[in-house]
Design a protein around this ligand. Sequence first.
Ligand SMILES: Cc1cc2nc3c(=O)[nH]c(=O)nc-3n(C[C@H](O)[C@H](O)[C@H](O)COP(=O)(O)OP(=O)(O)OC[C@H]3O[C@@H](n4cnc5c(N)ncnc54)[C@H](O)[C@@H]3O)c2cc1C
Length: 408
Amino acid sequence: MALPSQTQVLIIGAGAAGLMCAATAGARGRAVVVIDHANKVGKKILMSGGGRCNFTNMEVLPKNYLSDNSHFCKSALARYTQWDFIALVQKHRIPYHEKKLGQLFCDNKAQDILSMLLDECAQAGADIYTLCDIEQVTALTENDLPMRYKVKTSQGTIYCESLVVATGGLSIPTMGATGVGYELAGQFGLPLKPRTAGLVPFTLSPAQLAVFSPCVGNALDVSVSCETTNGHVSFAEAMLFTHRGFSGPAMLQISSYWQPGKELEINLLPQLNLFGFLSEQQKARPKVLLTTIVGELLTKNIAQCLCDYWGAQWNGNRPINQYTPTELQLVATQFHEWKIMPAGTEGYRTAEVTLGGVDTNHLSSKTMEAKTQAGLFFIGEVVDVTGHLGGFNFQWAWASGVAAAAYV
Ligand SMILES: Cc1cc2nc3c(=O)[nH]c(=O)nc-3n(C[C@H](O)[C@H](O)[C@H](O)COP(=O)(O)OP(=O)(O)OC[C@H]3O[C@@H](n4cnc5c(N)ncnc54)[C@H](O)[C@@H]3O)c2cc1C
């Protein structure tokens, strides 16, 4: 199928936001063309949620999003809610379940969500072209109205009334991520907020890795926090020791707030008063070694490794009845308030999202249209709105896509 020479709506990027926008605008009766440079559409949908796509969350609140303008996301999220998307999923009879913390996943596979979006696009008459590279985008003049943009692609030139940029963020370049959306924003004078990898594992220094290598592969429920310019942020979830550093949901969440050069504070036993517990154990099991007792609370590997690492502070591993209250307090403080400086993060190679992006102060929160460039819209992850882990990024993609679709 040859690329048409003109359309009412041209969407660049056939990912979550682009497909949602295409289906919704098409259903309004608009002629829609979607182009994507990748060989397949919706690659991130397919790899999301461990292949099961955490497509939304039962509780979506503005506080689940990071943005320089915390109010920007509210309007779109209120007009297309998680319940709207759940209704669509139910209409397509896609089986799903809540895994934890309101996170909704497909029972089968993420392909169900992609197929649903493609069905909706087909029903709405939106045509999708893959392996289509953008070569040049030019704004037209008043004389060319209703056409506003001319887009030169590897499959020919196409004129459109509305141009929607849905090219996503920079994470996982091997899945087709490019910076073209940011370049287009720059071309039309829209500023960008600084971009960094978010929802990303931490790396440790070689010296730190050598110390914690016995813990690799071990996971535990922790609470992790860090200081930000807006105060203290913390998340209580699982962490995982990896060959490169720390991962797991708690670490991915806090990574979106962490600044290089700052410490993380990890409470390895958030549900327990360790000092009180160890004091009781002195009476109940006086001869049992400290590492054995801590190993029953954490894993044996983690307890042994960390007690070896920190043990000099409390004169090594001994039967629990030999510790003074001051020493037990040191043990408790260390396990409840472990301060560690990561070397960095794994970066865009493994990040789930890109923080920052197109400055929301230059977009309409109602329509996603650039305030100073009629007919140019930005939706999804390319915009400076980034969700927490848990289905929030897809909900933003759906909601911002639907918001734009009503006006393109
Ligand atoms: C491993 C992983 C797991 C994730 N799991 C979840 C999850 O379970 N729940 C959740 O809410 N979020 C998850 N996310 C985040 C979520 O996938 C994204 O936030 C979401 O896909 C953003 O939607 P988007 O449409 O803006 O961008 P994308 O879905 O990334 O789509 C952008 C599209 O634009 C195309 N494109 C890029 N450059 C060009 C170009 N130059 N020319 C033409 N086309 C171009 C790309 O090929 C792509 O198809 C995950 C992300 C990753 C990486």
